[in-house]
Design a protein around this ligand. Structure first.
Ligand code: ACM
Length: 523
């Protein structure tokens, strides 16, 4: 009997990803039956009741009062002695014989308690139409505040339905930042009312379709608002990226008067209009206008990411531009890097003025931007000294190095399509990050805001391949971002992952199955 009980209890939290901070096993079971009430405090969240109903396999109802409800969302006043009072995104979930209570101080905390409860319900035993949930107490809060995923929409466009489905999966696994890479050289993907040609012309084409009359692919402002609201309901902040001064071809194709050139060492570069003119007043005003509309569309983003990467690859023509010459003379600059710094500071100033921090790839760390208004995204895994220096210089950072967090890298040695760079990015290496990184020091904790994976879409022409490259690595990322280092255990994660794969099937999300070596989705 005792052994049987232990076995039952062991399954109580067996499937939860990301693994919670602490789970205390209880005694007995909570029986959930059709018609049971869910007390939502002051939230008007029919969707939460529906999620619980679906997971439990029985129809639950919104309660008129807390009393007598089988699931209750409560504040922290009622947390019993001996348990911590959750703050921020944390929660305490108490499953008792009469009721399951989610305690939290914020809507985000309640939402994450809901996600854990949903996963527990999905795997709970069914008995004669009821669902039997083993009693337990879960004490949980995230390791990192920034738990991100970036999607490149420029190389290949995903579209609204795919993005909403992605947000569902991110929310389920407690990721909270969707970094939306909306502009780059192949295509401009966001409607800007003041500059209609950005989408009339700039949204045509992709990495693999360079025809001038290729179909337009972009998000209207209404769609952007819908996606931002959908994400917000799921605890996810959408952070837009509008690239400058490089990765600008699509915009310059639409408005050639802002061209800053794109030749590399005199040789024709793939993208001949790679940069904006960094010193032309009309171009700066044009970029200001774009940023103003973006600020309006993403009021809660906190950060507007302005790219800032790889500029030197395409600045070969800057020295010939009259506006750049005049700027260099006026400011006494002798190097183009000084022009880049001047441009970065000018545009970061605009973003700060609009009330946002400036996000940028790690190149911006050398530009002496305000530490309290800047967020550096470290991506060059081969330049750990850049991360070290950014930290030493006082910048907050998000860690998203190519190895192991670029999901356009292959995930299995047998895979033929996708990037490699002294290796590739298998599930276990995603999982082991950032504890596998030897650059960090204990004193960095306050500046390391979190971690993020990036899906660049050069080689992912279809949604099926984007899914294949994203999953199941997204789940390993989620646990790496949420679960404290001393609770991480890859072997244990793999066991739980096996239970989650059928859930991805049910959500019609594709993935690489490492346990069946499923065939590579190459296109
Ligand atoms: C990047 O991969 N160029 C940020």
């Amino acid at each position: 009997m005792k052994i049987w009980l232990l076995a039952l209890v062991a399954t109580a939290t067996a499937g939860v990803i990301p693994r919670p901070v602490e789970v205390k096993e209880g005694e007995g079971q909570l029986k959930i039956e059709a018609g049971g009430f869910v007390a939502l405090r002051d939230y008007d969240k029919r969707a939460w009741v529906e999620a619980l109903s679906e997971a439990a396999g029985v129809e639950l109802r919104m309660a008129p009062a807390d009393v007598g409800s089988v699931v209750q969302f409560l504040g922290t006043d009622f947390v019993p002695d001996g348990l911590p009072k959750p703050t921020g995104e944390g929660y305490v979930l108490r499953i008792q014989p009469q009721t399951a209570i989610v305690h939290a101080d914020t809507e985000a905390g309640h939402f994450y308690g809901l996600q854990t409860l949903v996963q527990l319900l999905e795997e709970a035993e069914r008995d004669d139409g009821a669902t039997l949930l083993p009693c337990a107490t879960v004490i949980d809060s995230p390791r990192f505040g920034w738990r991100g995923f970036m999607l490149d929409e420029s190389r290949h466009f995903s579209g609204k339905e795919a993005v909403l489905r992605l947000l569902d999966q991110m929310a389920r696994y407690k990721l909270n930042r969707f970094h939306w890479h909306l502009t780059d050289s192949p295509g401009w993907r966001i409607e800007i009312k003041r500059y209609p040609k950005l989408t009339e012309i700039g949204s045509r084409g992709s990495e693999t379709d360079r025809r001038e009359d290729a179909p337009r692919q972009f998000y209207t402002q209404d769609e952007v608002r819908e996606i931002v609201a959908y994400a917000r309901e799921r605890g996810i902040t959408v952070v837009p990226e509008i690239d400058m001064p490089g990765h600008a071809d699509a915009a310059v194709r639409a408005y050639p008067e802002h061209d800053g050139g794109g030749f590399k060492n005199g040789k024709p570069f793939k993208w001949s209009r790679f940069t904006f003119n960094p010193a032309k007043p009309e171009t700066l005003a044009f970029l200001d206008g774009i940023l103003e509309e973006v600020a309006d569309l993403f009021p809660d983003a906190g950060v507007i990411h302005f790219g800032g990467d790889e500029v030197h690859f395409g600045w070969g023509k800057w020295k010939e531009l009259p506006e750049v010459k005049a700027l260099m003379e006026k400011e006494g600059f002798s190097e183009l890097a000084e022009v880049e710094t001047w441009f970065n500071r000018r545009m970061a100033g605009k973003i700060n003025e609009l009330g946002f921090a400036t996000g940028g790839w790690d190149e911006i760390a050398g530009r002496d931007l305000p530490r309290d208004g800047t967020l550096v995204f470290w991506w060059r895994h081969d330049k750990p000294q850049v991360l070290r220096r950014a930290l030493d210089d006082g910048y907050p950072v998000v860690l998203c190095p190519r190895r192991p967090l670029y999901f356009d890298f292959v995930q299995h040695d047998s895979h033929k399509v996708g990037r490699r760079w002294g290796g590739f990015n298998p599930l276990d290496q995603v999982y082991a990050f950032p504890d596998s990184l030897n650059v960090l020091e204990p004193g960095d904790a306050d500046q390391v805001r979190g971690i993020q994976a990036n899906l660049w879409t050069e080689t992912t022409v279809t949604q099926a391949r984007r899914d294949f490259m994203t999953f199941p690595r997204l789940l390993a990322l989620a646990e790496a971002a949420w679960t404290p280092a001393d609770r991480k255990d890859f072997a244990d994660f793999e066991e739980r992952l096996k239970d989650q794969l059928p859930r991805l099937d049910r959500a019609a999300v594709g993935y690489y199955d490492p346990y069946r070596s499923s065939p590579e989705v190459k296109r």
